[in-house]
Design a protein around this ligand. Structure first.
Ligand code: NAD
Length: 490
């Protein structure tokens, strides 16, 4: 018997008129049935979100009351973290120790934005005209279409829902067609938290028709998208229909630059966490190691030893350190690019194959490829898997050039004990996030986003709330004098 998940539209749950099965990546077999939202479902969800915008049950709430709802949602998420983690693990193959830690932390995002809801202020402008009181107000931008990919769906939904609801918007949230179960289950907590009907609607379905219908809908004012660059281009084209303001959180090919003064043991741990955590299925995966020639051999030796120690296993086992990839399609893509990288002169130092110990499922060994040049395919292609490409540098200028040699610019890491150098590198690297002597740290208080092909707009922090508002400027004439005849010159 497959588990049935439902969509959530206008405060009610239903199975949808069309459905599809979701496959457990650890076994390769279907385990659950999901609704595949149709154009009609999208229409119902957007109309409900639009009506909720002016429904007094939502529109008349104070910002403080909206904040309390968000904090309640955060608390509900925290108390249901284990249950949701198991669902996410079953649907995505992400290991249970990662999903449970991540979901418990996602609750903090709702608490943060709940607290921030009544901190957004307008301004009184020192205007250059007498007898005028001019103020600005921040108003909710309207209906938000929030679209997320399959990896870290709850996290990526939280960084959109939190600021959007804090600002007073309403949302249609579209889960990915791959592994949507955790978000559909999360919809039950949204309902339980007490958000009025229509304020949040949760759908899942395919790019066509669901994603297209949602992003081109005339009642949508804001699109918050996380996914790949090709889909982003479709979405920007779709938004020509509604001129919705858009943020794009796209992929990455993030560099980790290791100087010869770095602490080798600690840096190896950070590099391993950056590329093999979540089996490399992370937009911020540190997939390009750029290491100083002087420590190259010692560093790679230590890295290979560590990679070989990683425990590959089924994701529901708490002892597992690396689980399967979410889809067989992704696994096949990785195999093709690794083969092409070998043909281009890349030397596989470890991995480069499916593990013999795992018969079923989308497993791939932690893989390290020594690359003679940045043109090797694994250096340029976002693989979304456990594959690290290694490049060597001798001068700081070379390191910067290599770090900036892809079209992406999402995250980056710099490892050095030299403070001046760390400052120079932090300025020279073209990426939305630079981590110095650490990697993969995130927080609700810190903005996150990319440069170039990694997209635009920021999620996280107060800055992200502004993206869900628009400014209204109010001019009030305070003089009792009658308004002068405009055609009589004085
Ligand atoms: P994807 O672009 O294929 O899909 C993302 C979402 O877009 C899904 O919900 C999908 O159904 C939807 N979609 C597809 N076609 C659409 C269309 N025409 N109109 C509207 N929506 C459409 O991405 P994916 O393969 O699921 O996820 C992996 C990508 O996401 C990687 O590139 C990864 O780096 C990126 N990512 C980025 C971040 C970040 O914060 N920057 C975080 C996680 C993942």
């Amino acid at each position: 018997m497959l588990t049935v998940f439902q969509q959530y539209i206008n405060g009610r749950f239903d199975n949808g008129s069309e459905t599809f099965d979701s496959v457990n990546p650890a076994t390769g077999t279907p385990w659950a049935t999901m609704p595949a939202a149709t154009e009609h479902d999208v229409e119902r969800a957007v109309q409900a979100a639009h009506a909720a915008l002016s429904d007094p049950l939502w529109a008349k709430l104070t910002a403080t009351q909206r904040g309390k709802l968000l904090i309640r949602l955060g608390d509900l998420l925290a108390s249901n973290a284990q249950r949701l983690a198991l669902i996410e693990t079953t649907d995505t193959g992400k290991i249970i120790r990662e999903t449970s830690a991540q979901i418990a932390y996602i609750a903090e995002y709702f608490r943060y934005f709940g607290g921030a809801a009544d901190k957004l202020e307008g301004a009184v402008l020192p205007i250059d005209k007498p007898d005028m009181e001019v103020t600005t107000r921040r108003e909710p931008i309207g209906v938000v279409a929030a679209i997320v990919p399959w990896n870290s769906q709850l996290f990526l939904a939280a960084v959109k829902l939190g600021p959007a609801l804090a600002a007073g918007c309403t949302v249609v949230l579209k889960a990915s067609e791959e592994a949507p179960a955790p978000l559909l289950e999360f919809a039950k907590l949204i309902h339980e938290a007490g958000f009025p009907a229509g304020v949040v609607n949760v759908l899942t379905g395919f790019g066509e028709p669901c994603g297209r219908a949602l992003t081109s809908h005339p009642l949508v004012s804001r699109i918050a998208f996380t996914g790949g660059p090709e889909t982003a281009r479709h979405i920007v084209r779709n938004s020509a229909a509604n001129l919705a303001a858009t943020t794009l959180e796209l992929g990455g090919k993030s560099p980790v630059v290791v100087f010869d003064d770095a602490d080798i043991g600690g840096t190896v741990n950070a590099v391993v966490a950056g590329i093999f955590g979540a089996s490399g299925q992370s937009c911020v995966a540190g997939s390009r190691l750029i290491v100083h020639a002087k420590i190259r051999d010692a560093f790679l030796d230590a890295l290979v030893v560590k990679a070989l120690q990683i425990r590959i296993g089924t994701p529901d086992n708490p002892a597992t350190e690396m689980g399967p990839l979410a889809t067989s399609r992704q696994l096949e893509k990785i195999e093709q690019v690794v083969a092409a990288s070998r043909a281009a002169g890349g030397v596989v130092l470890t991995g480069g194959q499916r593990p013999a110990s795992m018969q079923a499922g989308n497993y791939y060994e932690p893989t390290i490829i020594d690359c003679p040049s940045p043109d090797v395919p694994s250096v340029q292609t976002e693989l979304f898997g456990p594959v690290l490409s290694v490049l060597v540098f001798e001068t700081e200028e070379q390191a910067v050039r290599l770090a900036n040699s892809t079209e992406y610019g999402l995250a980056s890491g710099v490892f050095t004990r030299d403070l001046s150098r760390a400052h120079r590198m932090m300025k020279a690297i073209r990426a939305g996030v630079v981590w110095v002597n650490t990697y993969r740290a995130i927080s609700p208080t810190a903005p996150f986003g990319g440069y170039g092909e990694s997209g635009y707009g920021r999620e996280g922090g107060i800055e992200s709330m502004l993206e869900y508002t628009r400014t209204k400027t109010v001019w009030i004439r305070t003089s009792d004098e009658p308004i002068a005849d405009p055609f009589v010159m004085r």
